[in-house]
Design a protein around this ligand. Structure first.
Ligand code: S3P
Length: 435
């Protein structure tokens, strides 16, 4: 499917996005590890979370849906059954990395694979530490999926310093830790999203090399009721559009405000957008609230260091904001963007360049000189949901027609994206859509 978009003069209104993808994966995984019934409301509707669900079903977990809520009948961390075939994580890196941590501790052999993109993504970052714990995992070339996981007598707890901030790696090791003999400690030099620690209520302390998180070998996950907050990474596309387009103001209702995820809101503010946060509350140990962003003249910013993990998934749409901000925006220290669903540095730079943006590629990021002007172009999605959605936002503000090729990749995290976008557009001049 192609998505064609002409410029819009403004967007207005309030919207609700489906549940946060990171929290949704974890709610399903942790409910499956628990003994008893858990209930999940507001689960992400994206294909990635469906992948986690189908992997868990392959492992014998009973999951039922009724009226949009999910019931998970966990039977405890040792009760998974040997899958009849290879487990398929689809496009989802979180599914593969977290689930491998669980599978490494099981008493049966398993194998896990993914789609063409996921099979190219690096798995050594989990296989390294899991092997130190005594796991036996065999991968393909360059330690990529499919991964074959052989049973071992018992994993051993380790103390592991993460070489790069990664919530997926951290969570994978912590999950393996609950099957290991002795305590497992993960140390992060820079904090990454902490949903796992919050949901499992793990002890965190600050040590000499960074934040230390511990899990005991006899850790038992409790069944719970999860009410998943809206995904800030999905809301970010509309909030960015509200900041760029004149006379715009949009409100995201009930999105996660976990401080390890809100770097995008901080950057919007430092670029000069008006950001209002209201109705802050808590659900299942996670803060959430309503966020309104209104247009204002934007200016370029420098983004790097500890800020990067707090907005890693929002960097593509920050590239679009930068094109409409006065002066230079520099993104650095984001080398891992090259290892996401696509090489997001290349995808942002090439597509902005195709739209007439002034952009330069860096090894670990990019520099955009904001000219306030883009022209419609054919966008290569690079089979990446966030590239499709970021450039649909660019299309709203660009002159002429922008065509997002293979726009359906958005369904990986946010199937409702184009419909919500269309609903927010103020139709006071000629706009057109063709699918
Ligand atoms: C995620 C962590 C991040 C993020 C991804 C989801 C998670 O990846 O980019 O979309 O749910 O743990 P890394 O942990 O690899 O940085």
């Amino acid at each position: 499917m192609n998505y064609e978009r002409r410029s819009a003069s403004s967007i207005q209104g309030a919207f609700t996005v489906p549940g946060d993808k990171s929290i949704s994966h974890r709610a399903l995984l942790f409910s499956s590890l628990a003994k008893g019934k858990s209930e999940i409301k507001g689960l992400s509707t994206g294909a990635d979370v469906k992948s986690t669900m189908s992997c868990l079903r392959q492992l014998g977990v009973k999951i039922e849906e009724s009226g949009g809520a999910f019931k998970v009948y966990g039977e405890g961390k040792w009760a998974f059954s040997k899958p009849g075939s290879m487990i398929d994580s689809g496009n989802s890196g979180t599914t593969m990395r977290l689930l491998t941590g669980i599978l490494a501790g099981q008493k049966f052999e398993s194998a896990i694979t993914g789609d063409e993109t996921l099979r190219k993504r690096p798995m050594q970052r989990i296989v390294g530490p899991l092997s130190e714990m005594g796991a036996r995992i065999v991968g393909s070339d360059n330690m990529t999926a499919p991964l074959r996981i052989f049973p071992v007598e018992r994993l051993r707890g380790i103390r592991y310093e993460l070489p790069l901030p990664s919530a997926q790696v951290k969570s994978s090791i912590l999950l393996a830790g609950m099957f290991a003999e002795g305590e497992t400690i993960v140390i992060e030099p820079v904090e990454s999203r902490d949903h796992t620690e919050r949901m499992l209520r793990l002890r965190k302390t600050s040590g000499p090399s960074g934040l230390e998180t511990r899990i005991a070998s006899d850790y038992e996950v409790m069944p719970a009721e999860y009410d998943v907050a809206g995904d800030i990474s999905s809301a970010a596309f509309f909030l960015a559009a509200g900041a760029i387009l004149p006379n715009s103001s949009v409100t995201a209702r009930g999105i996660t405000l976990n401080p390890t995820r809100t770097g995008f809101l901080d950057i919007l503010e430092s670029m000069g957008a008006k950001v209002k946060i209201e109705n802050v509350r808590e659900a299942a140990g996670e803060p959430l609230g309503d966020v309104t962003v209104s247009h204002s003249d934007l200016k370029g910013v420098e983004i790097g260091g500890e800020m990067i993990p707090r907005l890693i998934d929002e960097i593509p749409v920050i590239g679009i904001l930068a094109a409409f901000a006065k002066g230079e925006t520099i993104v650095r220290d984001a080398h891992d963007l090259r290892r996401k669903e696509s090489d997001r540095i290349v995808a942002v730079v090439d597509n902005l360049d195709a739209m007439g943006g002034e952009v330069q590629e860096l090894d670990d990021g990019f520099v955009v000189n904001g000219t306030g002007h883009l022209v419609g172009a054919e966008i290569d999605t690079y089979k990446d949901h966030r590239i499709a959605m970021a450039f649909a936002v660019a299309g709203l503000a660009a002159e002429g027609v922008t065509t997002i090729k293979n726009a359906e990749w958005a369904q990986i995290s946010f199937p409702e994206f184009y419909d919500i976008l269309e609903g927010l557009i103020v139709r006071d001049r000629k706009t057109s859509v063709a699918k």
